[in-house]
Design a binder for this molecule. Structure first.
Ligand SMILES: Cc1ncc(COP(=O)(O)O)c(C=O)c1O
Length: 359
């Protein structure tokens, strides 16, 4: 660390992405197992031909396509180098002093404490309920006059649980309008709650200038490697995001692939039906074996194994399946292809494993 860097950078938690091991099945990063659709692959190849030219910094074509798809105006949409970049930019546009507070549930998306610290603000974490669900009443009660931003991850990463429309609406009504609420819907496409309970942040935020919704092309749209996410919100918030946006950080290939994938969304979203069935199959098998598994509305399941989590993750890796342990809380298992899920299940339901981990 040189004298000119911030001394507090040392206290920023490390981002620990899912490991890659040649030959191992990777169920550690909530990725899609399918490669890009032919139309997206073509758009990627064509865009790569123009790699000598800067991309459109305003991403006008992509934002127009998103605005049309979502039924909002173009000035309601910002794009980012993945929605994780937008998380960081949202801290940048709301916090300007170390006493400023960013509130979020814990456990939740591991980037929230990191982007808060990078933004030189203070993270305030509110425990999930014993059922691993957002405790929205506790979150609302934790708001102080220093609170600038609240992240609500719905469905929640890594527990997979979701809060419904009525509960979310009540929460949005309770929080003071000066606080920006970010509904992080990275896993929105895997939600299968009943229609009357469907927590579509874009609908709920439409008339609320202090609500921003984040979605991504990394999950159901299968473009994690290209980095494109988007925010939907009030034009004032979107304009502020464009001020702090790293110029050209959503590259030409990502923009082209996102547009092509949005056009092919029916085909992509059809795949989520199969994935949801697989997710439920994996959960049922784990429940039957004696594990506790909260209901999941995302493309993964959560095993709250507490202190046994890291050892379980290591044992799974030794059995050829990489999963993601989270400290002393639990293990997240991404839903992959059926044969990959079977490999995980044969490990997790092995009588010796059940005995070793006291399931
Ligand atoms: C809840 C949540 N939000 C945002 C992201 C960021 O996704 P990306 O930056 O790939 O768009 C992730 C990725 O895992 C996530 O789980």
């Amino acid at each position: 660390m040189t004298a000119s860097t911030r001394p507090d950078l040392d206290s920023i938690p490390a981002y620990v992405p899912g490991r890659n091991h040649p030959g191992a099945v990777k169920l550690a990063s909530n990725e899609t197992t399918f490669g890009p659709l032919p139309a997206a692959a073509k758009a990627i190849a064509e865009a790569a031909e123009l790699a000598n030219r800067y991309p459109d910094n305003l991403a006008l074509e992509l934002r127009a396509a998103l605005a049309e798809f979502l039924g909002v105006a173009q000035d309601n949409v910002a794009v980012g180098c993945g929605s994780v970049a937008l998380c960081q930019e949202l801290v940048q546009i709301t916090c300007d002093a170390p006493t400023d507070e960013v509130l979020f549930a814990w456990r939740s998306f591991e980037a929230y404490p990191i982007v808060t610290k990078v933004g030189n603000a203070t993270a305030v974490q509110v425990p999930l309920t014993p059922d691993h669900v957002h405790d929205l009443d506790a979150l609302a009660a934790a708001v102080t006059e220093r609170t600038k931003l609240i992240f609500v991850c719905n469905p929640n990463n890594p527990t997979g649980t979701a809060v419904g429309k009525a509960e979310l609406t009540r929460f949005l009504d309770t929080v003071p309008k000066r606080v920006l609420i970010v509904l992080d819907e990275a896993y929105f496409e895997y939600l299968r709650l009943a229609e009357e309970d469907y927590p579509n942040g874009i609908e709920l935020g439409r008339t609320r200038p202090n609500v921003v919704v984040l979605r991504t092309f990394s999950k159901a749209y299968g473009l994690a490697g290209l980095r494109a996410g988007y925010a939907v919100g009030d034009p004032a918030v979107i304009t502020a995001l464009t001020k702090v946006h790293i110029p050209f950080s959503v590259n030409r290939v990502a923009q082209a692939a996102a547009i092509a994938s949005l056009e092919a969304r029916h085909e992509l979203l059809d795949r989520t039906h199969a994935l949801v069935l697989e997710r439920d199959r994996v959960r049922d098998a784990l429940l039957a074996a004696g594990y506790q598994v909260p209901p999941s509305e995302a493309n993964f399941v959560w095993l709250p194994l507490g202190a046994r989590s890291v050892e379980f993750g290591e044992a799974s890796a030794e059995a050829g399946v990489l999963v993601r342990p989270y400290g002393g809380d639990g293990v997240r298992i991404t839903t992959g292809d059926p044969h990959e899920n079977d490999l995980f299940l044969s490990f997790a339901t092995d009588p010796a494993v059940l005995e070793r981990f006291s399931i």
